[in-house]
Design a protein around this ligand. Sequence first.
Ligand code: C5P
Length: 305
Amino acid sequence: MHPGRTTDESRLVPSTLAYRSYAKVNLYLDVLGRRDDGYHDLETIFQTVDLFDELQFTERPSEITLACATPNIGPPEKNLAWRAAALLKKECDCPRGVHIELTKRIPIAAGLAGGSGNAAATLHALNRLWDLALTDTHLHALAQELGADVPYCLVGGSVAATGRGDELSPLKPLPEAWLVLLHPALSISTAHVFNHPKLTCSGIAPVDGRTPAFAQVIAAAESGDWSAALFNRLEEVVFDEHPELAKLKGRLMDAGCSAAVMSGSGPTIFGVCASEEEAARVASTVRDVDATVVKTATVGVEHAG
Ligand code: C5P
């Protein structure tokens, strides 16, 4: 039962919940090898940043509907938030419906897991709105069905991930950092990058769940040594097709970032700065590409009313 409602009211009174879903960056991303299920084994460090989408969930009698003012978002049925609602409804044989109002601030197909975060917020919100009482373990399993990044988005913060990126080891929160995110006007398909013939895998086998290199990188990140921690093996393929992205990374370094790297499968490039003022100064040097200054954050999804 939703807090504040009686059994009789629950069918008659539309109930609304508001959530935020935060963007993530990959501080580190290595590809170890191909798997039999069409995915790749990764070693990655996810970090939430304080750029967020807003979602409002209003209970409806039975249908799932979605509205979003952002152009070119595609049909609702392909949206990850809609798909998360449909998956929950089917899994729990739930007769209820929902209208989802989505306000996008996180760029789409940008390597920031915006869509995965929307799916994670939907799982959390409907678990409450529809009184499903699913455990975190059950939500994690449903998130895995929706996409490799969705389980991480359910928790957020600083996390070391292996497998498809869905086997999670939370880290103690990494030292606070200010990041300059550059948003080139490009959408890049994750599947395209991972299935590119030029993508090379490290081929290195983990020892006790992690390669020695990953263990070292985690220690570097925990001590705030960003130049030793930041790396993305997918850059090789993406920069080959979009050389302007390599130049953007160079410009962030020239402007004074201590380190810079592409997030996920791109095209977002970000640089790390020691303070908000420094990040604002670096962002002001890049006039031809949209830039956002963000701070590291500790949760992936937040109830906002
Ligand atoms: O899970 P998600 O839908 O986000 O993944 C999109 C595509 O990216 C997958 O179909 C797969 O081709 C590729 N991928 C991969 N290995 C991963 C994550 C994604 O090959 N660990």
